[in-house]
Ligand binder design. Structure first.
Ligand code: FAD
Ligand code: NAI
Length: 499
């Protein structure tokens, strides 16, 4: 009995202790302290965007050095890697977003968060014009702000190649509302297929899901739809489940060109087992209300009936990015995005504009990993710039003061420190590996291993994928919500009610 009570007592102490630490951490996050007000003597740092690049910068930047203003049409950060899981109801949409104010309210100095879209940047006058594009607007909805430094981190938008019908009939997978729309439409297809008296041909059409693009987004969405089908729809729509068909269409000869050959083969065989059809060397030419028009490898055209098309065919630059680049035609000639130097400063400017993430054109793939490392790098650069500015001001002060022995010594010391502060380290990307979920509780990973690459796929990689993303989530709140959603789905399955 004594031993038993000892074990129970120990376990209780550990549980209560853990809960106490957890409670303390959550309450600390919920009660931000008093912040310094904006200081007119400090430089203004304007950040455009609240995605991977911008949020990573905001997390690390020392706001005691700057007056920071964030402008973004979304007042939150979206954890894109888990977006496909929202589209099938594995995760709650709110679990993968983090309000920007939850980050900025913890900074030393106040940060202005403005929910608006930047519409124009003037690199000569150093201004940004922005507009409230939300549903509800006040008396003022357009204005301009001056900047000393601008971080351009507006990401990219969905590339449609102006293919007819894409915007009108397909679902994208880029924003939170895209995933919610896909979930609604997918369930609508099922309910319409269940409507009494539907012909078999119409049932087959409604239940044919076409995913366009064999990049990681298309692969992950196809895998998630498959899981939803196998784990839930078979139970709740037994009469329809066998008619659900998933087709992935890719223009190139293979899916996932950025992964190693072994993992491409593994994905293709996993999809085959899961009855997901992959059509490679096949290009979507048009999307109609009830069908997709495909060009097959032999160039013949075929119209395939379907209920839902998910468009995941890559990125293109936003208009605000294209307009800014057009103002610097000599230096900005790369159609993929903003050309930057090794310190991420926009080419053709005086060094006051920095571009990071998907809107910039670098030698790296447009990924969250790159954008977040660039954001963290810029936070360090801004700290160094502030230090340099302070040293320059001190030097000016000393040089204008009457010459004394101590002053001369300090001038030498400050000059030395200044020379050091002026040397900015170039940005260096450290690749942590590529990961993708492929459905059926399997994931693939290309990981740097010593000087080579470790390619792995399967259920263990899926557990690694989950733990990697759980730890990458920006806050304890998100981690708790996502982990709870995963447990809820394991226990109760996904919700099939249509909002
Ligand atoms: P974003 O994160 O897109 O942020 C851009 C921000 O700018 C947004 O807040 C937007 O609201 C804002 N904005 C837009 N227009 C304006 C404007 N006019 N003015 C001001 N602000 C504006 N990468 C990985 O490394 N690993 C993954 O697993 C992964 N999974 C992904 C899954 C999906 C479904 C998708 C779509 C992408 C995925 N990516 C992944 C890619 C990754 O999301 C992007 O590379 C990353 O978001 C780029 O960061 P960013 O800061 O440049 O842009
Ligand atoms: P992507 O650009 O990687 O892939 C799009 C695919 O669509 C291409 O393979 C292209 O050939 C195909 N395509 C284009 N037009 C087509 C048409 N008309 N018909 C048929 N196929 C067509 O785009 P994706 O997957 O959205 O990824 C964008 C970026 O985000 C990439 O850099 C990617 O690495 C990153 N990302 C990374 C993830 C991960 O690491 N797990 C997950 C999702 C995205």
């Amino acid at each position: 009995w004594a031993r038993f009570l000892q074990i129970v007592g120990g376990a209780t102490v550990v549980t209560v202790g853990t809960l106490g630490v957890f409670y303390y951490a959550t309450q600390k996050d919920r009660t931000p302290g008093v912040q310094l007000p904006h200081d007119p003597s400090k430089k203004t740092l304007v950040v455009l965007g609240s995605g991977w690049g911008a949020t990573s910068l905001l997390k690390s930047v020392d706001t005691s050095d700057y007056n920071v203003i964030v402008i973004s049409p979304k007042n939150y950060f979206l954890f894109t890697p888990l977006l496909p899981s929202v589209a099938v109801g594995t995760l709650n949409p709110r679990s993968i977003i983090q309000p920007t104010r939850y980050v900025t309210r913890h900074k030393a100095r106040q940060v202005s968060v403005i929910e608006a879209s930047a519409t124009e940047v003037d690199p000569v006058a150093k201004t940004v014009k922005f507009e409230d594009t939300s549903e509800i607007q006040g008396l003022v909805s357009t204005t301009t702000v001056n900047y000393d430094y601008l971080v351009f981190a507006v990401g990219a938008e969905v590339q449609t190649f102006n293919i007819p019908g894409v915007k009108e009939h397909a679902c994208f997978m880029k924003e939170l509302e895209d995933a919610e729309k896909m979930q609604r439409r997918f369930l609508d297809c099922l309910e319409s297929a269940a409507f009494p008296g539907q012909t078999q041909e119409e049932v087959d059409r409604l239940l044919h899901m076409v995913v366009v693009g064999g990049g990681p987004t298309g692969i992950e969405v196809s895998g998630e739809i498959h899981d939803f089908l196998e784990e839930d729809l078979r139970s709740w729509y037994p009469e329809l489940a066998n008619n659900v068909k998933i087709t992935l269409v890719e223009a190139l000869p293979s899916v996932l060109p950025m992964f190693s050959k072994q993992l491409i083969d593994y994905t293709e065989s996993t999809f085959k087992e899961a009855s997901i059809d992959i059509l490679t060397k096949t290009m979507v030419k048009e999307i109609k209300e009830k069908s997709v028009v495909l060009q097959r490898p032999d160039k013949s055209i075929v119209e395939v009936p379907c209920g839902l098309v998910i468009w995941a065919a890559g990125n293109k630059l936003r208009k605000v990015t294209q307009d800014l680049m057009a103002k610097l035609p000599q230096a900005q000639t790369n159609r993929r995005g903003i050309t930057v130097d090794e310190h991420l400063r926009m080419a053709g400017t005086d060094g006051s504009i920095f571009a990071i993430g998907d809107c910039s054109a670098t030698s790296y793939a447009p990924t969250a990993q790159v954008a977040s490392q660039q954001g963290a790098y810029l936070a360090r650069i801004f700290a160094q710039i502030a230090k340099r500015d302070n040293l320059e001001a001190r030097l000016r002060e000393l040089q204008s003061a009457p010459q004394a022995e101590e002053t001369a010594a300090e001038v030498t010391s400050v000059t030395k420190q200044l020379a050091k502060a002026e040397k900015l380290r170039p940005f260096q990307y450290s690749h942590q590996g590529s990961l993708a979920y492929i459905g059926s509780d399997k994931a693939i990973a290309d990981l740097p291993f010593f000087n080579g690459n470790l390619a792995t796929g399967g259920v263990a990689t899926f557990l690694f994928w989950r733990s990697a993303y759980l730890s990458t989530l920006f806050s304890l709140r998100n981690r708790t919500l996502v982990a709870t959603d995963w447990i809820k789905v394991k226990l109760f399955g996904r919700d099939v009610s249509r909002e």
